[in-house]
Ligand binder design. Structure first.
Ligand code: HEC
Ligand code: HEC
Ligand code: HEC
Ligand code: HEC
Length: 446
């Protein structure tokens, strides 16, 4: 491996000299010595539509566009020689609300001064028309073509300190298989990368070559071995709960890193380019937790999204009201008549004020929150809105004990134990990462 590398470098130098001579350049010594200096690469990705964390759990309360922008403004002030890249998979589900999120997220991204944003398979969820309607995103993709959208195959950024960074991006065609991918055509990522590297060598004279890959970790890692590549940043996520390995892989003066899930943390990769062209790296993840500053412009953008969610919610009410359902839930007020003691404990617990918790954060109209903070939202006979179904607010008895209309009219036992299995429907990892039955149950025992 080594000797081959040396020969190649020698060849590069020779080729450089010849080109320099042809161009009539006289400053020969300078062209043989690399520029040196430091830069910072900040990377994000795998956001899956997370505009703002739900706030269900303090520890998981991280990320969101407000904190990201707050953080970025601080970094760019402190570090002028910064390259900012995003690895894609910004969208999540093809629902109307999902699309609202996607648009808001892209509007946010357009304001964040990114240098390169690549497309993941999830980003085609709403088709090419949607993407081409979004302005000012510095798309980079070398092996991907999308009708109606201009994608740069590569970009070269010249930093304040004179360092030239060449950025290109390739995606794995195997990840693009759904019907929404019908407008996209992908070519072989390796061949596309080789073509870009050739271009870099001949016309861009970069000091650092950064390749953004969108593929599985295993596949992304193989691009680290491509001669001429210094840094590989790989993104891709399937779903919310996926664990992503954020530990860098160092290999012969090169590095491979991955952004974490849901925009909760930002990757910081510090690169030092030495006089002899060698490179050393330092990597860390920066948690966008509750102490991170919130950017007011992003708060405005989020509030506008939230207002649209409320509008959408109101617009769907009329249709829901028309559907007449037989009564399904007895409601806690009925249970109260015979189980006053249990009811008193319940009403003092978090379950008894779960709807209020949403009101306090201006989220009592968001379907994505109501499912777990009310009784039967989205189910026949379940919560519709505070006006329509005030008797179904909060996580009531029947969310754990099952619908018990029959029991409340003709009480018979034998179902208490079933409730033990209910917790896991709402106390999922994302919203209640510390959940543990033996520690949680005593807090609501009745
Ligand atoms: C999958 C179910 C689920 C969804 C969806 C959900 N939550 Fe929660 N939420 C919970 C659970 C469970 C807890 C309690 C977590 C714990 O204490 O371990 C909680 C707690 C909270 C709390 C803290 C309450 C307090 O009094 O401390 C807030 C605020 C909250 N959620 C807001 C939201 C918002 C806003 C959304 C929508 C963006 C949302 N939740 C969506 C399940 C959910
Ligand atoms: C968060 C889930 C949850 C909610 C909400 C809830 N319960 Fe329970 N309840 C349980 C569990 C779990 C048990 C224990 C089952 C067992 O015996 O293992 C239980 C037990 C009971 C029992 C049997 C007590 C005993 O002594 O055996 C009654 C009665 C009861 N609940 C009534 C209610 C009423 C009434 C409400 C609403 C005011 C309510 N529960 C709300 C989960 C819940
Ligand atoms: C009319 C009075 C009455 C109403 C209303 C009523 N219950 Fe009961 N409940 C009882 C009686 C009586 C028992 C004991 C039955 C037995 O042991 O056979 C009981 C038992 C239970 C048990 C324990 C079951 C077991 O396996 O031992 C649970 C849980 C429970 N009720 C939940 C509820 C819930 C939830 C509601 C509201 C939806 C409710 N009850 C409404 C009278 C009532
Ligand atoms: C329908 C969804 C749902 C189910 C089912 C559910 N929870 Fe919860 N739980 C919540 C939400 C939402 C909160 C946050 C409420 C708040 O504090 O505003 C919460 C909060 C809690 C809390 C913290 C609040 C407190 O009062 O201490 C405990 C403990 C808890 N749940 C235990 C349980 C257990 C045990 C079960 C199963 C027997 C269970 N939950 C089932 C939604 C649910």
């Amino acid at each position: 491996m080594r000797p081959l590398h040396k020969t190649r470098n020698a060849f590069r130098t020779a080729a450089g000299l010849i080109i320099a001579l042809l161009m009539g350049c006289t400053a020969l010594p300078e062209s043989t010595e690399s520029r040196s200096g430091d830069l910072l690469i900040v990377y994000s990705g795998n956001v899956l539509g997370e505009l703002k964390p739900c706030g269900c759990d303090q520890e998981e309360d991280q990320g969101g566009i407000e904190r990201r922008m707050g953080y970025l403004k601080q970094v760019l002030l402190r570090e002028p020689n910064t390259l900012l890249v995003d690895l894609g998979d910004n969208f999540k589900e093809s629902t109307r609300q999902g699309k609202l999120k996607a648009r808001t997220l892209m509007q946010a991204l357009a304001k964040m001064n990114y240098d390169a944003v690549t497309l993941g398979d999830k980003d085609l969820l709403y088709g090419n028309r949607f993407l081409s309607g979004i302005q000012n995103i510095p798309w980079v993709a070398a092996n991907l073509q999308l009708e109606g959208l201009t994608l740069a195959a590569s970009r070269t950024k010249v930093l304040d300190n004179g360092l030239r960074v060449f950025i290109t991006a390739v995606a794995d065609p195997d990840l693009f298989y759904t019907s929404s991918d019908s407008n996209v055509s992908l070519s072989d990522p390796r061949a596309a990368l080789q073509a870009q590297l050739a271009k870099a060598r001949h016309s861009e004279t970069p000091d650092l070559v950064v390749v953004l890959t969108h593929m599985t970790r295993e596949k992304g890692l193989t691009f680290l071995d491509v001669p001429g590549v210094d840094v590989v940043i790989n993104g891709h996520i399937e779903k919310d709960g996926d664990v992503i390995d954020m530990v860098p892989v160092n290999r012969e003066g090169k590095i491979f890193v991955q952004p974490g899930p849901l925009g909760q943390k930002m990757g910081e990769l510090r690169v030092r380019i030495h006089k002899d062209g060698g490179k050393t790296y330092q990597q860390k993840m920066v948690r966008l937790g509750s102490k991170a500053p919130m950017d007011p412009e992003m708060t405005q953008l989020y509030d506008a999204y939230n207002a649209e969610v409320e509008e959408l919610f109101m617009a769907t009410l009329a249709a829901k009201r028309k559907k007449k359902h037989n009564r399904v839930f007895a409601t806690e007020q009925t249970c109260l008549t015979c189980h006053a003691q249990e009811h008193a404990i319940w009403s003092q617990s978090g379950h008894g004020r779960a709807y209020q918790a949403l009101q306090e954060v201006n989220k009592s109209f968001d379907p994505e929150c109501l499912v777990c903070h009310t009784t039967g939202f989205g189910q026949p006979g379940g919560f519709i809105s505070e006006i329509d179904t005030p008797e179904l607010k909060n996580v009531q008895c029947e969310m754990c004990h099952g619908t018990r209309l029959a029991h409340s009219q003709n009480p018979q036992g034998g179902f208490a134990k079933e409730a033990n299995a209910a917790c896991g429907r709402c106390h999922v990892k994302k919203h209640s990462p510390k959940f543990n039955f033996s520690r949680y149950w005593p807090r609501i025992r009745h």
